[in-house]
Design a protein around this ligand. Structure first.
Ligand code: PLP
Length: 398
């Protein structure tokens, strides 16, 4: 690292390893010393097509030379085309574009409160799940059930009730007349890749319909092919009123979307906005990603490589007493028994492998949707070595 670059000039918000990454291609990253790393985090499931994919680079280059951002108060062709394509592909009626998953969830909260004024006598309370993660803006943090958030930055935005995940009886009891919306992740990623049970999500949808409550699905992590279908809701046979997307939609650049169906499309001029919202550059990136994900065979490939990864994780995990891999498609978690997951992730870095530990006992794998079978096998070999290395005394791990 250059002498005039000090880590102390960066606000101390996260502990980072020493590596300085300078280049990425597909499933691989290189640091400033020329060392290569197999990347099975992909920026926490952001780089859906891997690092610097040709389709995304070309779209950004072409668009940057033509028009970057005329401003949100004017049309650009990228925003119109991406809205049309996303609505058509997901069976939604309207779309709105933003910069991050948290912002999309803020938008969903606003949309629900507006809908509550129009259709539910001003009800504004929302039910969300314990251990859920919806982002780090104030509304999204307040909606989140992440335990570490509960004491941070009090007081939070009022109006959120948390219920245990995958517990239909608790949900039934919480959805009273004051409630305008239920917001859930189809898979709780940050909580350790915990998928909703089929009966739970279908039951949640039924309860929402019976009680006239909006169902909002936070598909920021699960959407855009990550789970082997364009949206995870398709796997469950449910249909939300509002869906939030982020992460994989931009393929690595800041792009998120709010999708709405039926009378949930209720924003009027002046009620939502942002200077970068729907800009031509990011929507061009979104179109390149969506085109690629919808190419014939890509989602089938995700399901096949997802199965290969799941089988491989089960095989390697068994040798170390690990539990059964869980998740959908290429969003998988491996529950550990004998290891601390953060320690394994550190040991993996020493093996040239990037994986992440959302919980102390769980490893998360979110490779590029285009990851090759060969790279999965190579990852499993490195993971095996990392699990062995992480069993040794702490000072030998890194
Ligand atoms: N919702 C879910 C389910 C997420 O996993 C995340 C990020 O991890 C977010 C929202 C927040 O997205 P962002 O970090 O882009 O604000």
């Amino acid at each position: 690292m250059r002498d005039d670059w000090s880590r102390d000039r960066l606000m101390n918000t996260v502990q980072r390893p020493e590596q300085l990454f300078v280049r990425g291609q597909g499933s691989w990253l290189w640091d400033a010393d020329g060392r290569s790393y197999l990347d099975f985090t992909q920026g926490w499931a952001v780089n859906s097509l891997g690092h610097s994919p040709v389709a995304l680079v070309r779209a950004l280059q072409r668009q940057a030379s033509q028009l970057i951002n005329p401003g949100p108060a004017y049309y650009n062709s990228g925003m119109l085309e991406l809205a049309a394509r996303l609505c058509q592909a997901t069976g939604s009626d309207q779309a709105y574009f933003l910069n991050s998953g948290a912002e999309a969830n803020e938008g969903a909260i606003k949309l629900a409160r507006k809908w509550g004024q129009l259709h539910k006598g001003g009800a504004y309370r929302m039910v969300t799940a314990a251990n859920s993660f919806h982002g780090r803006t104030f509304g999204a943090m307040s909606a989140s059930g992440k335990p570490a958030f509960q004491a941070l930055y009090e007081p939070k935005v009022p109006g959120f009730t948390k219920v245990p995940y995958n517990d239909l009886a608790a949900l039934d009891a919480a959805l009273d007349d004051d409630v305008v919306a239920l917001m859930l992740e189809p898979v709780q990623g940050e909580a350790g890749v915990l998928p909703a049970e089929l009966d739970y999500l279908q039951g949640a949808e039924r309860l929402c319909r019976e009680r006239g409550i909006l169902l909002i699905l936070d598909e920021v992590q699960t959407g855009i092919g990550r789970c082997g279908s364009l949206l995870a809701e398709e796997l469950y046979g449910v249909r939300a009123d509002v869906i939030t997307l982020g992460k994989g939609l931009g393929g690595g650049v800041p792009l998120a979307a709010l999708l709405a169906r039926g009378n949930a499309c209720c924003f009027e001029p002046g009620e939502q906005g942002g200077t970068y919202h729907g800009n031509a550059l990011m929507t061009a990136a979104g179109l390149a990603v969506l085109d690629t994900v919808l190419e014939p065979g890509l989602l089938e490939q995700v399901r096949a490589t997802g199965q290969q990864l799941r089988d491989g994780l089960a095989r390697v995990g068994r040798r170390f007493g690990a539990g059964v891999p869980r998740g959908h498609g290429l969003l998988l978690g491996l529950p550990l028994a004998e290891h601390n997951a953060a320690q394994v992730a550190r040991a993996a870095l020493g093996e040239g492998l990037l994986i992440n530990a959302p919980q102390p006992g769980v490893l998360r794998f979110s490779p590029a949707l285009t990851v090759s079978p060969g790279n999965i096998e190579e990852m499993l070999r490195r993971l095996h070595r990392a699990l062995e290395r992480a069993r040794r005394p702490a000072q030998e791990v890194v």
